[in-house]
Design a protein around this ligand. Structure first.
Ligand SMILES: Nc1ncnc2c1ncn2[C@@H]1O[C@H](COP(=O)(O)OP(=O)(O)OP(=O)(O)O)[C@@H](O)[C@H]1O
Ligand SMILES: Cc1ncc(C[n+]2csc(CCOP(=O)(O)O)c2C)c(N)n1
Ligand SMILES: [Mg+2]
Length: 336
């Protein structure tokens, strides 16, 4: 990079911007960066709306958006990181119903001063991550936004392959609670960023920060596996294990008791290494954005790849650890 490519503050030059290119050129660049799309798509991006096949006759639909400054920071995350994360957080909701992802649409509202390079990276992250999951990006929307604002919204679709959906309301006393994927790593990574530990701390810290930036490791294939095994209820962990399991408990009118020893085993590895056992357990219980899957099963039906962490009991809806109340407030977008 030559000196003329640098701004006075020393950061890489950020042109051309979306405003300099104009909407049609931005769209052409986004479509190129998304890359080839998998799956059965009768009408792909480019017309007024897309047409997506519905292999088993019903469509699972979910939407989730990310806002700059609240869901990511440009000094922590690249456009590619945001693209990966917004896809995984949407496909985790599809997986949490027991469905396989089929397609998604991508909405971007951005300040015209946003560098095209950031949006190209975003589209690359979206295209690569959804392609790896077998979902086609079939369309989207481009919009301007006030100075400083960037919002990325995804709506994802999935197919149940003829199975019943796995609801939050199906947990029954006598079931066990099991998790697929890791817990607490995203929260542990966010804690490092918030402490100003943006770099360093070795491989374990790098791993936590990467999980936070990208939701790498969201166990998308485990959703259909759980559904096939007869899971009675399922949710993805977006706001925190205790908070999200509380939603299952409320919807199912049951109590959930988690085993501290099992949660300690879940906290093993980089999370424990970086934060120590006590903070690690806190991140397992309260950390959001991991997009692990948590499901309830008859004790004999827990499939491979799922770790038992507790049980479902008859009782007032709520979540306890070793039969004790826990202080593990998760994320709330509006209450701070
Ligand atoms: N603005 C809204 N209008 C209608 N329904 C909504 C709205 N916001 C959320 N919902 C519905 O409320 C339910 C819970 O949504 P919520 O976003 O808390 O959980 P989620 O879909 O699992 O997402 P995440 O995994 O990101 O937490 C979902 O069924 C969702 O579709
Ligand atoms: C800059 C910055 N500050 C804080 C956070 C933490 N955060 C944002 S949304 C969320 C919960 C899931 O949301 P949703 O339910 O919408 O998927 C969490 C834990 C972040 N990612 N970036
Ligand atoms: Mg969810």
């Amino acid at each position: 990079m030559s000196e003329s490519d640098r701004r006075p503050d020393g950061r890489a030059q950020s042109w051309p911007t979306l405003g300099e290119l104009g909407e049609d050129a931005v769209l052409a660049e986004v479509l190129a960066a998304l890359g080839p799309q998998p799956g059965d798509v009768p009408v792909a991006a480019g017309d007024d709306a897309a047409v997506l096949a519905t292999p088993s006759g019903s469509v699972v639909v979910t939407t989730d958006s990310m806002v700059r400054g609240l869901d990511w920071r440009d000094d922590w995350s690249t456009g590619d990181d945001v693209g990966q994360k917004v896809v995984r957080q949407n496909l985790a909701d599809v997986a949490a119903m027991g469905a396989v992802p089929t397609g998604l649409v991508l909405a971007l509202a951005a300040d015209p001063a946003t560098p095209m390079a950031w949006v190209t990276e975003l589209a690359r992250g979206v295209g690569r991550t959804s392609r790896a999951a077998g979902a086609a990006v079939i369309g989207g929307d481009l919009s301007g936004a006030p100075a400083g604002t960037v919002m990325v919204g995804v709506t994802a679709m999935g197919d149940l392959q003829g199975r019943d959906p796995v609801r939050r309301s199906g947990a029954r006393p006598g079931d066990v609670v099991a998790v697929a994927g890791t817990l607490g790593r995203s929260g542990g990574g966010l804690a490092l960023y918030l402490d100003g530990t943006d770099q360093g701390g070795g491989e374990a810290a790098d791993e936590l920060r990467e999980v936070h930036r990208t939701a790498l490791g969201a166990p998308l294939a485990a959703g259909p596996v759980a559904a096939k095994a007869g899971a009675s209820a399922m949710i993805d962990v977006s706001d925190g294990l205790v908070q999200d399991l509380g939603r299952v408990a409320a919807a199912s009118a049951v109590a959930v008791d988690l085993e501290r020893a099992a949660l300690t085993a879940v906290a093993a590895g980089p999370l424990n290494e970086v934060h120590g056992p006590e903070r690690a357990l806190h991140h397992v219980l309260a950390g959001g954005e991991e997009h692990a899957l948590v499901a309830t099963f008859a004790p004999v039906a827990v499939p491979t790849g799922w770790q038992v962490i507790g049980r479902v009991l008859d009782g007032p809806p709520g979540v306890t650890v070793d039969a004790r109340a826990v202080e593990a407030a998760g994320w709330d977008h509006f209450r701070r």
